[in-house]
Design a protein around this ligand. Structure first.
Ligand SMILES: C[S@@+](CC[C@H](N)C(=O)[O-])C[C@H]1O[C@@H](n2cnc3c(N)ncnc32)[C@H](O)[C@@H]1O
Length: 389
C-alpha cells in the first residue's frame, strides 16, 4: 500500500475523493483494471491512495460498522479495537466518567466508541497521519463536538482528566510482544500516569504475564464469540478488587475470587469453560455456579448431571467416556453412527488433527456431528465423547 501523509489524508477527505470512494463501494475492485481506470482521472499517487482506501473500507467493516464513511491506514486498522469490545468498554468500564482521555488513540477504535457513549474525549496520537485520520473519522461520524484530537506524545501533556484509557502498541523492534515493559509506551509510563489520573484502564494482550502487573492492579479478560480477545488492566478507581471475565456478545460478566476445588467424575453433562473464564482463573467459581465438578485439578473441564444454560461455557451431552484408546473411540463412533468428529484436548499429548484423520474411516455420511475431548484425569489419559446439548 502507498504510504500516507497528512496531505494525502486531506486529499482523501475532500468531497471529490469521497464521491469517488462512494462510487467504488458498489463495484468489484480489480487491482489492475480499477487502478488503470482511476489513473485516467488522478495522478499515480492519488489513484493508489484512493484504491487503498476502497480496499481498507471493505476490510474495516468487521471492526467499524460505519466504515463506509471513514478513512484508514492498514497497520492502524489492524491495531484498532473491534466495535463490540470498544463499545462495552466505553459504556460499562467508563460509565461513571464524563471526560475520558484516550492516550494513543490511533484511528479511533476506542476514542470514537467513547464519544458515541456520550463522553467528552481527548484523543492524543503522536503519529500525524493517524491523528489526521481520526480527525476525519470523528467528523464523518458526527462526533467532532465530543472528540478533540491532540497531535503529540501524551507523556509531555499536562493531562487534566478524570479517567484515561490506553491501548499501547504491542510491537517492539517490528515484532509482536506480550511483555508489558516492551510495549509502546511501556507499562511503567502508564503506572506513573495512574498516580495523577483517578481512573486508568489499559488494554493488554490476553497472553500477558500477570506477574508483570504491579500489586493492586485490577485485571479482566474479554472473549468475543468464544475467542479470547484481550485483557484489561485497571488502576486507581478502576483497580477492580477481583478478576473478571467478560463474554461478548452476551455481555455477561463473571467475577469473584477462585473458590475451593470441587473435584468429581464425568456425569451426563460436560462443560468447556469460555477462554476468558479460564484466563481469569475463574473455573472453580464457574463450577460452583453450575453446581458442577472439575474433572481434574489441572484441567479446565467441568461436568454435572444435567446441563444448565450459561454464557460462560459450552456444554455437551456425554455419550461415552473412559480411558483413551483409539480402538474404543472408533467403536463409540460406529455405535452412534457418527457423521462428523471434532477432537479437542487439554493436557493430552495426542494430536487432534491426526486423530481426526485416523478416525475418519469410522464415520458415516449423514450421521450426527460429535465431539471427542481428550484429557488427563488423575494421571490417566481419558476420552469423553459428547453431542452438543
Ligand atoms: C494500538 S494503537 C491504538 C489503537 C486504538 N485503541 C484503536 O482502537 O484504534 C496505539 C497507538 O498509540 C500511539 N502511541 C504510542 N505511544 C504514544 C505516545 N506516547 N503518545 C501518543 N501516542 C502514542 C501509536 O502511534 C498508535 O497509533
Amino acid at each position: 500500500m502507498r504510504a500516507l501523509t497528512p496531505a494525502a489524508v486531506r486529499f482523501l477527505a475532500s468531497s471529490r475523493v469521497q464521491a469517488e470512494l462512494e462510487a467504488l463501494a458498489a463495484e468489484p475492485l480489480e487491482p489492475l483494471s480499477t487502478l488503470a481506470a482511476l489513473r485516467r482521472g488522478w495522478d499515480a499517487d492519488e489513484a493508489a491512495w484512493i484504491y487503498d482506501q476502497a480496499l481498507l473500507r471493505r476490510k474495516a467493516r468487521v471492526k467499524f460498522p460505519r466504515a463506509a464513511a471513514m478513512l484508514f491506514e492498514a497497520e492502524a486498522l489492524e491495531q484498532a479495537s473491534a466495535a463490540p469490545l470498544a463499545r462495552w468498554r466505553a459504556e460499562q468500564v467508563f460509565r461513571p466518567y464524563g471526560r475520558v482521555a484516550d492516550l494513543g488513540a490511533g484511528i479511533g477504535g476506542d476514542a470514537l466508541a467513547l464519544a458515541e457513549a456520550g463522553k467528552q474525549v481527548l484523543a492524543v496520537e503522536r503519529d500525524p497521519v493517524r491523528a489526521a485520520l481520526l480527525e476525519h473519522n470523528a467528523a464523518a461520524l458526527g462526533l467532532s463536538g465530543r472528540l478533540r484530537v491532540v497531535r503529540g506524545d501524551w507523556r509531555e501533556l499536562d493531562l487534566n482528566t478524570e479517567a484515561a484509557f490506553a491501548d499501547p502498541a504491542r510491537r517492539a523492534g517490528g515484532r509482536r510482544t506480550v511483555r508489558l515493559h516492551a510495549m509502546e509506551p511501556p507499562l511503567d509510563d502508564l503506572i506513573r500516569l495512574a498516580k495523577r489520573v483517578p481512573a486508568v484502564a489499559v488494554k493488554l494482550a490476553p497472553a500477558l504475564d500477570k506477574g508483570e502487573l504491579p500489586q493492586g492492579a485490577g485485571i479482566g479478560f474479554i472473549s468475543l464469540s468464544g475467542e479470547l480477545k484481550e485483557a484489561l488492566a485497571g488502576f486507581g478507581e478502576l483497580a477492580w478488587a477481583e478478576p473478571w471475565a467478560l463474554v461478548l456478545p452476551a455481555a455477561a460478566c463473571l467475577r469473584g475470587s477462585e473458590g475451593p476445588l470441587r473435584a468429581g467424575p464425568v456425569a451426563s453433562c460436560f462443560y468447556e469453560p469460555d477462554p476468558a473464564v479460564i484466563r481469569a482463573g475463574l473455573v472453580r467459581r464457574l463450577a460452583a455456579e453450575l453446581d458442577a465438578v472439575q474433572l481434574d485439578a489441572q484441567v479446565a473441564y467441568l461436568s454435572s448431571s444435567g446441563c444448565r444454560e450459561t454464557p460462560f461455557a459450552r456444554s455437551w451431552q456425554v455419550l461415552e467416556h473412559g480411558p483413551f484408546r483409539q480402538k474404543t473411540v472408533a467403536g463409540w463412533l460406529a455405535a452412534y453412527s457418527a457423521g462428523g468428529l471434532e477432537v479437542k484436548r487439554r493436557r493430552s499429548p495426542v494430536d487432534p488433527a491426526l486423530l481426526e484423520k485416523k478416525l475418519a474411516g469410522a464415520l458415516v455420511p449423514g450421521g450426527p456431528a460429535l465431539t471427542l475431548f481428550l484429557t488427563r484425569i488423575r494421571g490417566r489419559s481419558w476420552a469423553i465423547l459428547g453431542r452438543r446439548g
